[in-house]
Design a protein around this ligand. Structure first.
Ligand code: 0RA
Length: 667
């Protein structure tokens, strides 16, 4: 999502930036292997074959995601150069011809002859897998790999690549087609003095990618903004030359992740005046952390290792949590807020309302876990813990007012947690007894195999009655909810779990909640939200989706949550009848049925007969269900937070910006 107010919109700077490489260039067909290629060279070419044969192994998939992966690979190389302290400008340009150009003002990829192969280092980097890092230069080996790694993968999967290196007062160029050099590396003098850097332009190969024209500006924007937060004082720029809309965005943050935390906390009523921020080098690693509590009840901690968002956590996060809890407890005792005999604050207590960004940069990161987003290096736990203990301890001493407010907030959280525990116990006990205590309002189905069962969550008793009459009682259960459920973004867990409607819902689903949540106990394969097609209905849907996202997330991420689509109109005359689910369908139906058409508009589900509801909305053979899918958990968090959280200003801005385009399913 592009928030127009969060960054500057600047015109292109024409000065100090390497010009885009000329497009007029002699093109030669690939040379046949027999025309004097050295043995080394052949080996280099063969080296990229596996990438073209199994692209998924290198970039995940050959869909939009894979395409974005190519862009990230190149950006990562430039970011490595920035991490080595050698570059402070990185630009991404998306052109109308489907190409993407990444430029930086780093040292430039080395062009001297590589001993082993007798070819220029640049060519080796571009044509040999894992060729990076062998050219000295020292510096950080980051971005999950070695310097220059990834360029060869991009090269292999592009129908064409142009590389320009500015170094030593010369301009070096080379071009490739599907990984094969089209012309030898050549150079000319550079008339601009002192210029250095690398520009890589690539055209994704349509033989590999299902789609090549859909690099999304929004996706690249999100990543560039994140990188700008994580790499302070590096300028990142996106230029989207494609029409609709032509975009130019600049990201630059003097404060790095401190600014990131402020950004995440915008409009949320913060507990501290300014974030606590620390950056330290320790045993060859860099640890950077920023913390600021806000007025909400949710925890929002983003952990990065070498600029990669470690969503599965890992040792750095373990160290962070341990130090946060220990340091706050130590301070609370020393300041006399926790007295002798008082229990320590728990980890959950000190993380309520916490917004934090943790970014570590280390020499040899080990990424583990299913999606390789869990940091494995055990030494980093102690390093993070030591840095945070020192820095936070000092911060609390120096800002006793903030310290006191943080500890008191944690104490309130502790009390609420105790109350929530009792409330949860109640819900849990109920759902353990299963059918005996299923909510009275639930009209359950007779089938017991969850794979075959569906539950419709319906707004109001009257619609519930219709649904109960119209359903297939063997496989379809109906749970009516009275009115609007609580907004879970604004209430604390204990209050939420005491809410009758929410308790009924959890009990009916069978999964339990909190620590004892167990998706395998879900009693229905499909959980269908069925609300009216009006503003109130859409509010109720959003409230329910927020609840599922915050409390029963696996129901969403494992694909069990759906939205029913009741029709908006019935158009009929004589034997002709048509149900319309959109205004467009309505217009078409009016024409088809003719001038004598009669029209009924359905404002509520309750206005339909049992049979009509079955035919239009419940019958698996005729209905249209929308499945709720989430591709980006952070973005979804952010959207729910904006829409349903405490910041009215945010909600207003969000709704104003997206009112026309956001559909319930866009999360
Ligand atoms: C290997 C060694 C050196 C720099 C690079 C690679 C390098 C790669 C890329 C990719 C995009 N931009 C880049 N910038 C630099 C060090 C060279 C030296 O010591 O001069």
């Amino acid at each position: 999502m592009v928030d127009p107010e969060s960054e500057m919109w600047l015109p292109i700077e024409s000065d100090g930036e390497p010009p885009a490489p000329s497009t007029e260039r002699k093109r030669r067909p690939p040379r046949p292997a027999s025309s004097g290629y050295s043995a080394d060279q052949i080996q280099v070419l063969e080296g990229l074959d596996p990438v073209r044969r199994r692209p998924g192994m290198y970039i995940g998939d050959t869909d939009v995601n894979g395409l974005h992966h190519l862009v990230y690979e190149i950006i990562d190389n430039s970011v490595d150069e920035a991490l080595a302290g050698e570059c402070n400008e990185i630009e991404v340009r998306l052109a109308a011809d489907g190409s993407c150009t990444v430029s930086d003002n780093g040292r430039g990829i080395p062009v001297d002859i590589h001993q082993q192969t007798g070819r220029p280092a640049l060519e080796v980097v571009m044509t040999k897998l894992h060729a990076g890092g062998k050219f000295g230069g020292g510096g950080y080996k980051v971005s999950g790999g070695l310097h220059g790694v990834g360029l060869s993968v991009v090269n292999a999967l592009s129908q064409r690549v142009e590389v320009v290196v500015y170094r030593d007062q010369r301009i070096y160029r080379q071009e490739y087609a599907r990984g094969v050099p089209m012309i030898d590396l050549h150079s000319e003098p550079d008339s601009r003095s002192g210029r250095r850097g690398t520009t890589v332009r690539f055209w994704p190969d349509p033989e590999i990618f299902k789609v090549t024209q859909v690099i999304k500006a929004e996706t690249i924007t999100t990543r560039l903004r994140e990188l700008a937060f994580l790499n302070k004082r590096v300028h990142f720029r996106l230029i989207d030359e494609r029409p609709d809309p032509h975009l130019e965005l600049n990201f630059y943050f003097e404060g790095g992740i401190e600014a990131f935390v402020r950004h995440l906390n915008r409009g949320k009523g913060t507990v501290q005046a300014r974030p606590m921020y620390a950056e330290r080098e320790i045993e060859g690693s860099t640890v950077e952390v920023a913390i600021q509590y806000n007025g909400s009840f949710t925890e929002h901690v983003l952990a990065y290792a070498n600029n990669i968002n470690t969503i599965e956590g890992g040792s750095h996060l373990t160290g962070f949590r341990a130090a946060l809890t220990a340091t706050l407890n130590r301070y609370a005792r020393k300041a006399g807020i926790l007295k002798e005999g008082d229990q320590n604050l728990s980890g959950d207590d000190v993380r309520e309302g916490l917004t934090a960004v943790l970014s570590v940069k280390l020499q040899e990161p080990q990424f583990e876990g299913q999606t390789k987003t869990k940091l494995g290096n055990s030494e980093i736990a102690g390093q993070v813990s030591s840095v945070l203990s020192d820095a936070l301890g000092q911060y609390l001493e120096e800002n006793p007012g903030d310290g006191k407010r943080i500890v008191e907030k944690s104490l309130i959280a502790a009390r609420a947690r105790a109350a929530a525990g009792r409330a949860r116990e109640l819900v849990q006990r109920k759902s353990l007894l299963e059918t005996a205590t299923l909510p009275g309002k639930l009209s359950d189905c007779s089938e017991k195999n969850p794979d075959l069962c569906e539950i419709f969550i319906v707004e109001g008793d009257s619609a519930g009655g219709t649904a109960k009459g119209g359903r297939d009682r063997r496989t379809q259960a109906i749970l009516p909810l009275r009115g609007k459920i609580l907004n879970v973004e604004k209430a604390r867990e204990d209050k939420i779990l005491q809410n009758e409607e929410i308790r009924n819902l959890i009990t009916a689903l069978g999964t339990g909640v909190g620590e004892r949540f167990d998706i395998s106990r879900l009693r229905y394969n499909r959980v269908v939200l069925m609300a009216d097609a009006d503003v109130d209905g859409s509010h109720i849907r959003t409230l329910l989706m927020t609840f599922f996202w915050r409390y029963l997330q696996p129901v969403v991420t494992e694909g069990h949550l759906y939205i029913a689509q009741p029709p908006l109109f019935r158009v009929w005359h004589g034997k002709k009848e048509s149900w319309c689910y959109t205004d467009e369908e309505f217009a078409v139906a009016l024409k088809e049925v003719g001038s004598k058409a009669r029209v009924q508009r359905y404002k509520g589900l309750g206005e339909m007969s049992d049979d009509q509801l079955w035919n239009t909305t419940l019958d698996p053979d005729q209905r249209v269900l929308l499945k709720v899918e989430v591709d980006d958990a952070i973005a979804a968090d952010d959207i729910f937070d904006k829409l349903m959280g405490i910041s009215v200003e945010h909600r207003k801005r969000f709704i104003q910006a997206y009112a026309k385009t956001v559909r319930t399913l866009d999360v």
